[in-house]
Write a protein that binds this ligand. Structure first.
Ligand SMILES: [Zn+2]
Length: 252
């Protein structure tokens, strides 16, 4: 048993008793963790907004060595997630990235890069930047950090280079990326994807900063479809909140 301090982002909140919550957090130093927050449901309880969905807080947690839940003893709010007050689309974007990060990560496996990526993504969703594009960038960069990124340069069947000619490229969801013509035969779940969309996936998964300039509407639509389906394939199921995202870019 040890007492630890770190920064945390609230990914899920579940009522546990009349007065307590179980929270799932993504933390800077300990990765995902689930903790019991006693008294959190009391009016004017000890946590005061610090455990609302997607809040960023400084926490103190007693980590149990066994399978028992960790115990949250303090949470001080650093930044509230307010997008629900301005835009339903921004709120839904927040729900989706919270669900993805919770599903993609394991308790106790930390990545400061992933923590920082999530923090930047929430700031964009909650600010006045393009939240829908920020969600796409989050999906692609997080998958790269987690080792799940789709292959865009070399064929996932044989490792050979993909010919640069041709307006469309075969993309295999199950195998995890692009295919050369020789490897395409007999593969299931293969889509023919515009080369410009594959190029966008390649650039966006490697970029450290948000790319400047808006996405063309047709690029957004195709990226949303390809990335969304790829995410479902890697998880083996559809995230519950994915269907809340618009298929076409809309002002928000
Ligand atoms: Zn091949």
């Amino acid at each position: 048993m040890s007492t630890e301090q770190t920064e945390a982002i609230v990914l899920r909140v579940v009522e546990f008793s009349e007065t307590s919550l179980i929270v799932t957090l993504y933390t800077r130093h300990f990765g995902r963790l689930s903790a019991l927050a006693k008294g959190a449901r009391r009016p004017k309880g000890p946590f005061e907004g610090a455990l609302d969905l997607l809040a960023c807080s400084r926490i103190v947690v007693i980590c149990k060595s066994s399978d028992a839940l960790d115990l949250l003893t303090e949470a001080k709010l650093q930044r509230r997630f307010r997008a629900g007050q301005t835009s339903l689309i921004r709120l839904h974007c927040g729900y989706y990235v919270a669900e993805l990060l919770r599903m993609w990560t394991e308790n106790g496996v930390a990545s400061e890069e992933l923590f920082d990526l999530m923090t930047r993504t929430i700031e964009t969703i909650d600010g006045d930047g393009d939240a829908l594009t920020a969600v796409l960038d989050f999906e692609l960069r997080a998958m790269r950090l987690l080792g799940n990124a789709p292959a865009t340069d070399a064929c996932v069947g044989c490792g050979g280079a993909i010919e640069s000619a041709g307006a469309r490229v075969p993309f295999a969801y199950q195998l995890g990326g692009v295919l050369c013509p020789a490897c395409r035969g007999g593969q299931r779940e293969v889509a023919s994807v515009r080369r410009g969309v594959i190029d966008q996936i390649a650039v966006r998964q490697r970029s450290q900063k948000p790319l400047s300039g808006p996405l063309a509407a047709s690029d957004y639509r195709d990226l949303r479809a390809v990335v969304g389906r790829y995410v479902c394939t890697t998880l083996g199921m559809a995230p519950r909140t994915q269907s809340l995202l618009p298929a076409n870019w809309v002002a928000h």
